[in-house]
Ligand binder design. Structure first.
Ligand SMILES: [Zn+2]
Ligand SMILES: [Zn+2]
Length: 343
């Protein structure tokens, strides 16, 4: 089968290769991939800015159908439409495994960088990480379950949004646009902020329920956010851009005793106006990936249209066009690019 692989360490070194089909071991299932989404993390792996264990097949956001069951697996049958949480290897005994925060397990390895991922035809994963896709949900839309679970973890598990809260979402990449939709589903109202090149994404943010949008290159975000909130500042700010200027704007836009949720990754040490955290008694919550509990919530939101997957999918390409998909994602010309496998 054809697979998009990181072949060895170093910048680049991603190729389409022919690899043998995997077989499910005890407790595992083999899934025939329907579609797999390209994520910013895949671009970071390509550029050697995110750790991976090559040779490894990339891709951690996918949907598909159960193809084969390993020994001891019940509850699934071939043909079942499914998605899977990426944490393929974990210890199963530490406090994080027990609490469902499996990405925090020190022995965790995830599909798409730690073990073989979904940019191919067949993927093998532990059955305990698999969720059946609800009937009301299109299999292609279900491929967004992983990034929706990331948004659910940020908005509903690591923070608490209450109905009527004024919420700043800084950064309108795919995760920012999904955070915005989960905040709306919880009754928060949203100001979405992006840069001049985000024009199309800011329009989409409006259509997805943002009350207001702002181009931070044309307007002062802190002043605009304060005015929009009624003067005192926003109740919560989600930093989804992974940029120091965005973080500083979030710190400046928050009301006293407001909550900063750090969603974006900076990828390096940064300078920011950290003094605000003590002076204004800010709560700071980091969020990374999803928990086991984020998944049923994400699937419920998608199945009921409370999170719109369709609007997020900009391109569907065959896996042989993976380079074009990666290029579009890196250049932010797309929202979400999905790859379809080939034999
Ligand atoms: Zn991702
Ligand atoms: Zn563990």
């Amino acid at each position: 089968m054809k697979a998009v692989m990181k072949t060895r360490p170093g910048p680049g070194n991603v190729e389409l290769q022919d690899v043998p089909e995997p077989q499910p071991g005890p407790g595992q299932v083999r899934i025939e991939v329907a579609v797999a989404g390209i994520c910013g993390t895949d671009i970071h792996i390509l550029r050697e800015e995110f750790p991976s264990r090559p040779p490894v097949i990339l891709g951690h956001e996918f949907s598909g159908r159960i193809d084969r069951l390993g020994d001891g697996v019940d509850g699934f049958a071939p043909g079942d439409p499914v998605v899977a949480m990426p944490a393929a290897i974990r210890c199963g005994r530490c406090r994080y495994c027990l609490s469902g925060d499996v990405l925090m397990c020190e022995r965790r390895r995830s599909i798409g960088h730690g073990v073989n991922g979904a940019f191919t035809r067949f993927i093998v994963v532990p059955a305990e990480m698999v969720h059946r896709v609800p009937q009301a949900l299109d299999l292609q839309h279900a491929a967004l379950a992983e990034p929706v679970a990331v948004a659910v973890h940020a908005v509903s598990e690591r923070a608490r949004v209450s109905a009527g809260d004024a919420v700043l979402v800084s950064g309108v990449g795919p995760i920012g646009l999904l955070v915005l939709q989960v905040v709306r589903a919880q009754g928060g109202r949203v100001l979405a902020a992006g840069t001049a090149r985000d024009g199309r994404r800011l329009d989409l943010a409006r259509r997805l329920g943002a009350e207001a949008t702002i181009n931070v290159e044309a307007q002062d975000l802190v002043a605009a956010a304060r005015e929009w909130s009624g003067g005192g500042g926003v109740d919560l700010a989600f930093e989804c851009a992974g940029a120091p200027a965005s973080l500083d704007a979030c710190l400046g836009a928050l009301r006293r005793i407001g909550t900063l949720v750090q969603v974006g990754l900076m990828g390096r040490r940064i300078e920011c106006d950290y003094e605000q955290v003590a002076m204004h008694e800010l709560l700071v919550a980091g969020t990374y990936g999803s928990s086991l509990l984020s998944w049923p919530r994400a699937l419920a939101l998608l199945a009921r249209g409370l999170v719109q997957a369709d609007a997020m999918i900009s391109d569907v390409l065959p896996i042989t066009a993976w380079e074009e998909g990666f290029r579009k994602t890196a250049a932010q010309e797309s929202i979400k690019v999905l790859l379809t496998p080939e034999p």
